[in-house]
Design a protein around this ligand. Structure first.
Ligand code: ADP
Ligand code: MG
Length: 526
């Protein structure tokens, strides 16, 4: 290979620069796309999928997830929002907006000739310092303080489409989490223990927390089986009550009517024996798992079950089994020979009730109820209902954050201004490029107050300057009161959010920026 000529080398480094620039540009474009939806006065997005499905949402993670992004660096922002969703559940818009602002600063620094590695290292230091600052202004919260938890849930819901219902949804989220939390092991909190059933019809006001269990499906009553059962003994079964199928390659050839009768008789006897065994265990309500191998129930087995006065709820999803068995205190039964009374759950009432346009099966008065909670969400149409579900999820996550890390901070961009101010202050103690980069980092954080003000229709420059002034004067909880359009003490306004949401937003955004900075080439593969 001939030695590289000088101009070739130059070309290569230009290409690296191009790759970095285009990555940053693409990522910034994604951040700009969700910027307008930040905060209580933020806009919502209507996401139209090619299949005609329409989603209305304010949740950053959902918007990005539905967006068709192909540029690899832009995809990293989608992932960033997703990871914030996993870690904290809320702050999915903020994290992307902060990342966008940091990237913009990077671009300026790069243009000034700062080496990417120096930017990356300084940002990492700045992020660590920012978290320290946040911790120093955080307020401890007690799990017994239900009001404080509700306030945090309110803040999370205030930016949602369904914000007007926060007085109903916030206490619901708090109570649901407190119900599933094991006081002895609070860190093992699993939000999957909270079942949310959405049902179209009525308004969100009609949503309720059910003390028991709700199934989205109706009771099977094609054969005239019962739809209401008092003093229920509930069996959760994973086996099928249908004749076994032959192997795929095998055929059974039936040549005359006699043989056909025999086949039918066999089938009848088989099903009858299964139903008898179920009845013998004392079970009077059957929850049957959906089966992909063969029909879980047939018309014939439903008929016999109805005759035995056994109520049937079919098509239970596999992933619901754990929650059901935990709630009812019953064990899933995989074979009919294991139908034992001790494996059944007991409840006062299992009943099919009318909810909105449809019907659901409700189990109430459960004996030895496990640590689970059920929320029945109602809404006038599918789009509202889905967004209500996502918003409730955010509120639940906020409470989970508080369980894991029991600190609150004020909202309304007061933490960001505080971080920005203190970081700028700290940068004066640093030297050289590092000081320069930390200062840029501090300035980037002001994107949050700027955007909140902008989205609320206020003058962002006035607001940000005023905020700076008040924070410098020691009012560390001063933030944007979007409702009144002024700056007030956010603690007095009860706008609080978990510490974890903001620390993870800053840390994850910085990590993402550092990753994008360090990329100098895109290698396509096939
Ligand atoms: P994210 O998806 O990041 O949670 P949101 O649209 O929920 O985005 O907006 C969150 C931002 O809005 C936070 O910075 C929070 O402090 C701020 N915020 C929420 N409620 C209020 C309020 N009532 N007044 C002022 N700011 C608020
Ligand atoms: Mg939020």
């Amino acid at each position: 290979m001939p030695p590289k000529q000088k101009n070739e080398l130059y070309k290569e480094s230009a290409r690296k620069k191009d790759v970095r620039t285009s990555n940053i540009e693409a990522a910034k474009a994604v951040a700009d796309a969700v910027r307008t939806s930040l905060g209580p006065r933020g806009m919502d997005k209507m996401v139209a999928a090619p299949n005609g499905e329409v989603i209305i949402t304010n949740d950053g993670a959902t918007i990005l997830q539905k967006m068709t992004v192909t540029q690899p660096a832009a995809k990293m922002l989608v992932e960033l929002s997703k990871s914030q969703d996993v870690v904290a559940g809320d702050g999915t818009t903020s994290v992307v907006v902060i990342c966008g602002a940091l990237l913009k600063k990077c671009q300026e620094l790069l243009e000034k000739g700062v080496h990417p590695t120096i930017i990356s290292d300084s940002f990492s230091k700045a992020a660590a310092k920012a978290c320290e600052i946040l911790e120093s202004i955080a307020i401890p919260v007690n799990m017994e303080d239900r009001e404080a938890l509700i306030r945090a849930a309110n803040t999370s819901l205030s930016s949602k489409v369904v914000s007007q219902y926060s007085s109903l949804l916030s206490p619901m989220a708090v109570d649901a989490v407190l119900r599933v939390m094991d006081p002895a092991r609070p860190n093992m909190l699993d939000l999957r223990d909270i079942k949310v059933v959405s049902k179209v019809g009525g308004t969100i006001d009609d949503s309720e927390m059910v003390d028991g269990l709700v199934f989205d499906q109706k009771a099977a009553k094609s054969a005239g089986g019962p739809t209401r059962m008092e003093d229920a003994k509930i069996g959760l079964i994973q086996f099928q009550i249908s004749p076994p199928k032959t192997d795929i390659e095998n055929n059974v050839i039936v040549s005359d009517y006699n043989q056909m009768d025999r086949v039918y008789k066999e089938e009848r006897n088989y099903i009858l024996s299964v139903v008898k065994k179920i009845k013998a265990s004392g079970c009077n309500v059957l929850l049957i798992q959906k089966s992909i191998l063969r029909d879980a129930v047939t018309d014939l087995s439903l008929h016999y079950l109805a005759k035995a006065k056994i109520m049937v709820v079919r098509d239970i999803e596999r992933d619901e089994i754990e929650l059901i068995s935990k709630t009812l205190g019953c064990l899933p039964i995989a074979h009919v020979d294991n139908m034992k009374p001790e494996k059944l759950g007991a409840a006062k009432l299992v009943e099919e009730v009318e909810v909105g346009k449809g019907r659901v099966v409700k189990i109430t008065g459960i004996e030895n109820k496990g640590r689970t909670a059920t929320v029945l969400l109602r809404g006038s149409n599918k789009m509202v209902l889905e967004e209500a579900d996502r918003s409730l999820h955010d509120a639940l996550c906020v409470i989970r954050c508080l369980v894991n890390k029991r600190f609150l901070i004020a909202g309304g961009s007061s933490p960001e201004v505080q971080m920005s101010m203190q970081l700028a202050h700290w940068s004066k103690t640093l030297q050289g490029m590092e000081a320069f980069c930390v200062r840029a980092f501090a300035e980037a954080l002001e994107v949050v107050p700027y955007t909140l003000a902008e989205n609320a229709g206020l003058n962002p420059i006035n607001i940000v300057t005023e905020l700076r002034r008040m924070h410098a004067a020691g009012q560390k909880y001063a933030g944007i009161n979007v409702k009144k359009g002024t700056i007030t003490d956010m603690l007095e306004e009860n706008v609080v959010q978990p510490l974890l949401v903001t620390t993870s937003a800053v840390t994850l955004a910085t990590e993402c920026v550092r990753m994008i900075l360090k990329i100098d080439d895109i290698v396509p593969t096939r």
